[in-house]
Design a protein around this ligand. Structure first.
Ligand SMILES: [Zn+2]
Length: 281
Protein backbone atom coordinates (compact mmCIF):
# COMPACT_ATOMS: atom_id res chain seq x y z
CA UNK A 1 0.00 0.00 0.00
CA UNK A 2 1.18 3.49 -0.82
CA UNK A 3 0.41 6.81 0.81
CA UNK A 4 0.24 9.99 -1.27
CA UNK A 5 0.28 13.47 0.24
CA UNK A 6 -0.24 12.00 3.76
CA UNK A 7 -3.92 11.39 3.08
CA UNK A 8 -4.47 9.14 0.06
CA UNK A 9 -4.03 5.38 0.44
CA UNK A 10 -3.62 3.38 -2.75
CA UNK A 11 -3.61 -0.41 -2.96
CA UNK A 12 -2.39 -1.85 -6.27
CA UNK A 13 -1.99 -5.48 -5.21
CA UNK A 14 -5.55 -6.73 -5.62
CA UNK A 15 -6.57 -8.68 -8.69
CA UNK A 16 -8.56 -6.24 -10.82
CA UNK A 17 -8.52 -2.48 -10.49
CA UNK A 18 -6.48 -0.28 -8.17
CA UNK A 19 -8.37 0.97 -5.14
CA UNK A 20 -7.83 4.18 -3.18
CA UNK A 21 -9.01 5.93 -0.04
CA UNK A 22 -8.90 9.74 0.22
CA UNK A 23 -8.97 10.80 3.88
CA UNK A 24 -10.55 14.19 4.63
CA UNK A 25 -11.91 16.11 7.61
CA UNK A 26 -15.43 15.16 6.50
CA UNK A 27 -14.71 11.45 6.21
CA UNK A 28 -13.08 9.29 3.58
CA UNK A 29 -13.90 8.89 -0.08
CA UNK A 30 -12.97 5.70 -1.90
CA UNK A 31 -12.11 5.27 -5.56
CA UNK A 32 -13.21 1.91 -7.00
CA UNK A 33 -13.51 -1.39 -5.11
CA UNK A 34 -11.65 -4.72 -5.22
CA UNK A 35 -13.69 -7.24 -7.23
CA UNK A 36 -12.85 -10.39 -5.28
CA UNK A 37 -15.05 -10.58 -2.16
CA UNK A 38 -12.14 -11.62 0.09
CA UNK A 39 -10.11 -8.60 -1.11
CA UNK A 40 -13.05 -6.22 -0.63
CA UNK A 41 -13.47 -7.43 2.96
CA UNK A 42 -9.77 -6.98 3.62
CA UNK A 43 -9.83 -3.46 2.11
CA UNK A 44 -12.76 -2.51 4.33
CA UNK A 45 -10.81 -3.63 7.39
CA UNK A 46 -7.73 -1.70 6.30
CA UNK A 47 -9.82 1.47 5.91
CA UNK A 48 -11.38 0.97 9.35
CA UNK A 49 -7.96 0.48 10.87
CA UNK A 50 -6.45 3.58 9.31
CA UNK A 51 -9.45 5.95 9.54
CA UNK A 52 -11.38 4.54 12.50
CA UNK A 53 -14.60 4.37 10.50
CA UNK A 54 -16.23 3.35 7.21
CA UNK A 55 -16.12 5.43 4.04
CA UNK A 56 -18.59 8.26 3.35
CA UNK A 57 -18.60 7.86 -0.44
CA UNK A 58 -17.21 5.61 -3.15
CA UNK A 59 -16.45 6.86 -6.66
CA UNK A 60 -16.54 4.31 -9.48
CA UNK A 61 -14.30 5.34 -12.37
CA UNK A 62 -16.35 3.14 -14.72
CA UNK A 63 -18.92 0.30 -14.54
CA UNK A 64 -16.68 -2.65 -15.40
CA UNK A 65 -16.87 -5.56 -12.99
CA UNK A 66 -13.23 -5.32 -11.93
CA UNK A 67 -13.94 -1.83 -10.48
CA UNK A 68 -17.38 -2.23 -8.92
CA UNK A 69 -18.10 -5.77 -7.71
CA UNK A 70 -16.80 -5.08 -4.19
CA UNK A 71 -18.95 -1.94 -3.77
CA UNK A 72 -21.51 -3.69 -1.57
CA UNK A 73 -18.87 -4.51 1.03
CA UNK A 74 -17.73 -0.88 1.35
CA UNK A 75 -20.67 1.53 1.12
CA UNK A 76 -23.94 2.05 -0.74
CA UNK A 77 -23.13 5.74 -1.21
CA UNK A 78 -21.70 5.29 -4.68
CA UNK A 79 -21.02 8.17 -7.04
CA UNK A 80 -20.56 7.57 -10.77
CA UNK A 81 -21.46 8.81 -14.25
CA UNK A 82 -25.09 8.22 -15.30
CA UNK A 83 -24.04 5.79 -18.07
CA UNK A 84 -21.85 3.87 -15.64
CA UNK A 85 -24.85 3.63 -13.28
CA UNK A 86 -26.80 1.85 -16.03
CA UNK A 87 -23.80 -0.43 -16.66
CA UNK A 88 -23.57 -1.30 -12.97
CA UNK A 89 -27.22 -2.39 -12.93
CA UNK A 90 -26.54 -4.71 -15.90
CA UNK A 91 -24.12 -6.63 -13.67
CA UNK A 92 -27.17 -7.91 -11.80
CA UNK A 93 -27.53 -10.41 -14.66
CA UNK A 94 -25.30 -12.94 -12.93
CA UNK A 95 -24.98 -15.29 -15.92
CA UNK A 96 -23.55 -12.50 -18.07
CA UNK A 97 -21.40 -11.32 -15.20
CA UNK A 98 -19.91 -14.79 -14.76
CA UNK A 99 -19.15 -15.00 -18.49
CA UNK A 100 -17.29 -11.68 -18.27
CA UNK A 101 -15.23 -12.87 -15.33
CA UNK A 102 -14.37 -16.12 -17.13
CA UNK A 103 -13.30 -14.42 -20.35
CA UNK A 104 -10.91 -12.10 -18.50
CA UNK A 105 -9.53 -14.35 -15.74
CA UNK A 106 -9.30 -18.04 -16.60
CA UNK A 107 -10.00 -20.63 -13.87
CA UNK A 108 -11.05 -18.04 -11.31
CA UNK A 109 -14.80 -18.46 -11.39
CA UNK A 110 -15.32 -21.86 -9.72
CA UNK A 111 -13.73 -20.57 -6.50
CA UNK A 112 -15.96 -17.49 -6.26
CA UNK A 113 -19.13 -18.55 -8.10
CA UNK A 114 -21.31 -18.98 -5.00
CA UNK A 115 -20.27 -15.57 -3.69
CA UNK A 116 -20.87 -13.92 -7.06
CA UNK A 117 -24.37 -15.45 -7.16
CA UNK A 118 -25.12 -14.01 -3.71
CA UNK A 119 -23.54 -10.60 -4.35
CA UNK A 120 -25.67 -7.46 -3.99
CA UNK A 121 -25.18 -4.83 -6.70
CA UNK A 122 -26.42 -1.60 -5.10
CA UNK A 123 -27.75 1.21 -7.30
CA UNK A 124 -25.41 4.19 -7.36
CA UNK A 125 -26.41 6.92 -4.90
CA UNK A 126 -25.42 10.01 -6.90
CA UNK A 127 -25.05 10.15 -10.68
CA UNK A 128 -24.11 13.00 -12.98
CA UNK A 129 -23.59 13.70 -16.69
CA UNK A 130 -20.78 16.25 -16.94
CA UNK A 131 -18.98 16.90 -13.68
CA UNK A 132 -19.46 17.07 -9.94
CA UNK A 133 -17.42 18.53 -7.10
CA UNK A 134 -17.42 17.11 -3.59
CA UNK A 135 -16.45 19.56 -0.87
CA UNK A 136 -14.84 17.45 1.84
CA UNK A 137 -13.65 20.45 3.85
CA UNK A 138 -9.88 20.35 3.63
CA UNK A 139 -10.05 18.60 0.26
CA UNK A 140 -12.05 19.21 -2.90
CA UNK A 141 -12.64 16.24 -5.14
CA UNK A 142 -13.49 16.97 -8.75
CA UNK A 143 -15.03 14.23 -10.88
CA UNK A 144 -15.39 14.85 -14.58
CA UNK A 145 -16.88 12.78 -17.36
CA UNK A 146 -14.30 12.14 -20.07
CA UNK A 147 -15.22 8.85 -21.79
CA UNK A 148 -12.51 7.23 -23.90
CA UNK A 149 -12.08 3.82 -22.26
CA UNK A 150 -15.82 3.41 -21.73
CA UNK A 151 -18.96 5.54 -22.13
CA UNK A 152 -18.99 6.00 -18.34
CA UNK A 153 -15.32 6.65 -17.58
CA UNK A 154 -14.55 9.62 -15.34
CA UNK A 155 -11.44 11.46 -14.24
CA UNK A 156 -11.12 12.18 -10.52
CA UNK A 157 -8.84 14.99 -9.40
CA UNK A 158 -7.65 16.13 -5.99
CA UNK A 159 -6.01 19.51 -6.62
CA UNK A 160 -4.67 19.82 -3.04
CA UNK A 161 -2.49 16.76 -3.74
CA UNK A 162 -2.07 17.32 -7.49
CA UNK A 163 -3.27 13.75 -7.83
CA UNK A 164 -5.38 12.33 -10.63
CA UNK A 165 -7.26 9.02 -10.62
CA UNK A 166 -7.41 8.18 -14.30
CA UNK A 167 -9.62 5.11 -14.20
CA UNK A 168 -8.78 2.80 -17.08
CA UNK A 169 -7.87 5.70 -19.37
CA UNK A 170 -4.34 4.97 -18.12
CA UNK A 171 -3.14 1.50 -17.15
CA UNK A 172 0.08 -0.43 -16.81
CA UNK A 173 -1.21 -3.08 -19.20
CA UNK A 174 -2.75 -3.54 -22.64
CA UNK A 175 -6.16 -1.90 -22.42
CA UNK A 176 -9.64 -3.29 -22.83
CA UNK A 177 -11.11 -1.77 -26.01
CA UNK A 178 -14.50 -3.51 -25.72
CA UNK A 179 -16.49 -0.33 -25.06
CA UNK A 180 -14.02 2.36 -26.01
CA UNK A 181 -13.70 5.16 -28.54
CA UNK A 182 -10.08 5.22 -29.66
CA UNK A 183 -9.82 8.83 -30.81
CA UNK A 184 -11.81 10.21 -27.88
CA UNK A 185 -9.48 8.26 -25.58
CA UNK A 186 -6.41 9.73 -27.26
CA UNK A 187 -7.83 13.22 -26.73
CA UNK A 188 -8.39 12.52 -23.03
CA UNK A 189 -4.71 11.60 -22.72
CA UNK A 190 -3.66 14.75 -24.55
CA UNK A 191 -5.84 16.83 -22.23
CA UNK A 192 -4.45 15.13 -19.14
CA UNK A 193 -0.99 16.21 -20.25
CA UNK A 194 -2.15 19.84 -19.81
CA UNK A 195 -3.29 19.33 -16.19
CA UNK A 196 -1.15 20.29 -13.21
CA UNK A 197 -0.46 16.73 -12.03
CA UNK A 198 2.26 15.32 -9.79
CA UNK A 199 0.80 11.88 -9.09
CA UNK A 200 -1.06 9.53 -11.42
CA UNK A 201 -3.12 6.69 -9.95
CA UNK A 202 -3.90 4.52 -12.97
CA UNK A 203 -6.84 2.11 -13.25
CA UNK A 204 -4.38 -0.78 -13.16
CA UNK A 205 -0.63 -0.84 -12.50
CA UNK A 206 1.74 1.05 -10.26
CA UNK A 207 1.30 4.65 -9.10
CA UNK A 208 3.50 6.98 -11.12
CA UNK A 209 4.10 10.57 -12.17
CA UNK A 210 2.77 12.40 -15.19
CA UNK A 211 5.22 10.50 -17.43
CA UNK A 212 2.86 7.53 -17.19
CA UNK A 213 0.21 9.50 -19.10
CA UNK A 214 2.80 10.44 -21.68
CA UNK A 215 3.89 6.81 -22.09
CA UNK A 216 0.28 5.78 -22.59
CA UNK A 217 -0.16 8.49 -25.19
CA UNK A 218 2.95 7.17 -26.98
CA UNK A 219 1.41 3.69 -26.92
CA UNK A 220 -1.80 5.07 -28.49
CA UNK A 221 0.15 6.92 -31.17
CA UNK A 222 2.25 3.81 -31.87
CA UNK A 223 -0.84 1.63 -32.13
CA UNK A 224 -2.58 4.05 -34.49
CA UNK A 225 0.49 4.35 -36.69
CA UNK A 226 1.01 0.59 -36.82
CA UNK A 227 -2.62 -0.23 -37.66
CA UNK A 228 -2.78 2.45 -40.37
CA UNK A 229 0.53 1.17 -41.80
CA UNK A 230 -0.72 -2.42 -41.87
CA UNK A 231 -3.92 -1.26 -43.54
CA UNK A 232 -2.04 0.76 -46.17
CA UNK A 233 0.01 -2.38 -46.93
CA UNK A 234 -3.24 -4.26 -47.57
CA UNK A 235 -3.11 -6.47 -44.49
CA UNK A 236 -6.37 -8.03 -43.31
CA UNK A 237 -7.51 -6.93 -39.86
CA UNK A 238 -7.48 -10.49 -38.49
CA UNK A 239 -3.79 -10.79 -39.29
CA UNK A 240 -2.65 -7.54 -37.66
CA UNK A 241 -2.34 -8.75 -34.04
CA UNK A 242 0.03 -11.55 -35.08
CA UNK A 243 2.34 -9.15 -36.92
CA UNK A 244 2.15 -6.43 -34.28
CA UNK A 245 5.05 -5.10 -32.24
CA UNK A 246 2.89 -2.68 -30.28
CA UNK A 247 0.94 -5.67 -28.89
CA UNK A 248 4.00 -6.36 -26.71
CA UNK A 249 4.32 -2.79 -25.41
CA UNK A 250 3.27 -3.88 -21.90
CA UNK A 251 4.21 -7.57 -22.00
CA UNK A 252 6.68 -7.37 -19.10
CA UNK A 253 3.97 -5.86 -16.88
CA UNK A 254 1.34 -8.56 -17.30
CA UNK A 255 1.03 -10.81 -14.29
CA UNK A 256 0.56 -14.23 -15.88
CA UNK A 257 0.25 -15.93 -12.49
CA UNK A 258 -3.06 -14.11 -12.02
CA UNK A 259 -4.57 -16.37 -14.68
CA UNK A 260 -4.70 -13.65 -17.32
CA UNK A 261 -5.90 -15.01 -20.70
CA UNK A 262 -3.06 -14.36 -23.26
CA UNK A 263 -5.34 -14.33 -26.35
CA UNK A 264 -7.22 -11.51 -24.62
CA UNK A 265 -4.71 -8.85 -25.75
CA UNK A 266 -5.01 -10.07 -29.37
CA UNK A 267 -8.77 -9.69 -29.19
CA UNK A 268 -8.34 -6.17 -27.77
CA UNK A 269 -5.89 -5.31 -30.55
CA UNK A 270 -8.48 -6.33 -33.13
CA UNK A 271 -11.13 -4.15 -31.48
CA UNK A 272 -8.73 -1.18 -31.40
CA UNK A 273 -7.82 -1.68 -35.08
CA UNK A 274 -11.50 -1.57 -35.99
CA UNK A 275 -11.98 1.72 -34.13
CA UNK A 276 -8.84 3.24 -35.63
CA UNK A 277 -9.77 2.35 -39.19
CA UNK A 278 -13.39 3.45 -38.79
CA UNK A 279 -12.05 6.98 -38.24
CA UNK A 280 -14.95 7.71 -35.88
CA UNK A 281 -14.27 9.90 -32.89
ZN1 LIG B 1 -10.38 -2.01 -15.24
Amino acid sequence: METICDRILVETKYLGANVSCIQTERGSVLVDSPFLPEDAREWKELIRMSTGTDAEFLINTDHHFDHVLGNCFLTERIICHSTAARGIKFLRDKNQLKQMIESTFADLLPGIEAEVDALAIPSPFITFDKSITIDMGDVTIGIEYVGGHSPGTVLTYVPECKTVFTGDNVEGQFPYFGQSRFYEWKKVLQRMMDLDIAVVVPGHGEVAGKEMVNRYLLFFEGLEKEVKGFDAAGMRMEQMAQESEVLHFFSSNVKMEDGFVPSWAETQYGLAAKQILSGQD
